[in-house]
Design a protein around this ligand. Structure first.
Ligand SMILES: NC(=O)c1ccc[n+]([C@@H]2O[C@H](COP(=O)([O-])OP(=O)(O)OC[C@H]3O[C@@H](n4cnc5c(N)ncnc54)[C@H](OP(=O)(O)O)[C@@H]3O)[C@@H](O)[C@H]2O)c1
Length: 266
């Protein structure tokens, strides 16, 4: 085990479940100091216990990604306790299971707010501290849906595509300050993501989709993300056989077009 993350201050959003929870547990094993964020305090407390970190090395910072206008105040709390932020992992978010034609624009805007604007808001507030230190690592959890559109996910896919445009540009602008940017594109990972995906009316899908039930574990995904951070990767794809679609779209676009139409949305 590497001790690259020993005493590093790592802020994880979406830490109450799934990939964020698994990242928290793995980083704690590697000696990191953690800030855990999400809305559900009781779930953050549960994850905090699993990390086995002492209070000195742990902070629970609950908030709703729908409103990140207070990003600077959140970061001030972190700096006050830890004195720095070495890694920001923008991970919190939710998916969609609704056709565009019947989805109110309000639902599209909310997906953009949580999955895109919140990431930018937190990042912009953290950047001055990383710039001052001349080091830092930004990690963004996108999706394979950030590389191609898919049934029932128009708003979700758009929010993930937007992350690539913003963070690829930001990477170029901030490398000179020693700041690295990793974009992670998971395929199918076994988490609660499909339960909380919203339908055209904004109701939760409330089911584990078959494609997620048999997918890679959140723990395996977290280990691969941590390896990608350690190796200063710029972009990484994590998942199973569904990742072939990325290559098909790039190298055999006509075949991609045929195959994507035949995939189940679930
Ligand atoms: N699982 C997959 O197959 C997959 C594939 C591609 C990409 N991803 C991405 O991976 C990331 C993590 O998802 P997951 O699979 O681990 O799903 P998950 O188990 O449902 O976890 C989602 C996390 O995001 C938090 N969250 C959701 N809405 C929030 C809000 N409004 N404010 C604050 N926190 C919020 C949740 O916490 P609270 O409910 O406590 O707020 C939870 O901690 C997401 O960005 C997702 O798009 C997942």
């Amino acid at each position: 085990m590497t001790n690259k993350f020993k005493d590093k201050v790592i802020w994880i959003t979406g830490a109450s479940s799934g990939i964020g929870e698994a990242l928290a547990i793995e980083f704690a094993k590697q000696g990191a100091r953690l800030i855990l964020s999400a809305r559900r305090i009781e779930e953050l407390n549960r994850v905090a216990l699993l990390t086995k970190l002492p209070p000195l090395d742990l902070m629970i910072l609950p908030f709703d990604l729908k409103n990140t206008n207070n990003a600077s105040a959140l970061i001030a709390q972190i700096i006050n306790k830890f004195g720095a932020i070495d890694v920001l992992i923008n991970n919190g978010g939710y998916s969609q299971r609704g056709e565009a034609i019947s989805t109110d624009i309000k639902i599209d805007r909310e997906l953009m707010e949580v999955n895109y604007f919140a990431y930018i808001n937190l990042t912009k507030a953290v950047l001055p501290y990383m710039k001052n230190k001349n080091s830092g690592q930004l990690v963004v959890i996108s999706s394979i849906a950030g590389k191609f559109g898919f049934y029932l996910r128009s708003g979700y896919s758009a929010s993930k595509h937007a992350l690539h445009g913003f963070f690829e540009s930001l990477r170029l602008e901030t490398e000179k300050f020693g700041i690295k940017t990793l974009i992670v594109c998971p395929g199918k990972i076994k988490t609660n993501i499909s339960f909380h995906a919203v339908d055209a009316k904004g109701n939760e899908h409330n089911k584990m989709d078959e494609s997620h039930a048999n997918a890679m574990s959140a723990n395996e995904c977290a280990i691969k993300i941590i390896n990608a951070i350690s190796n200063n990767k710029e972009e990484v794809f994590i998942g199973g056989k569904e990742l072939i679609m990325i290559k098909l779209k790039r190298f055999l676009p006509k075949l991609f077009s045929k195959i994507i139409r035949k995939q189940s949305p679930y």
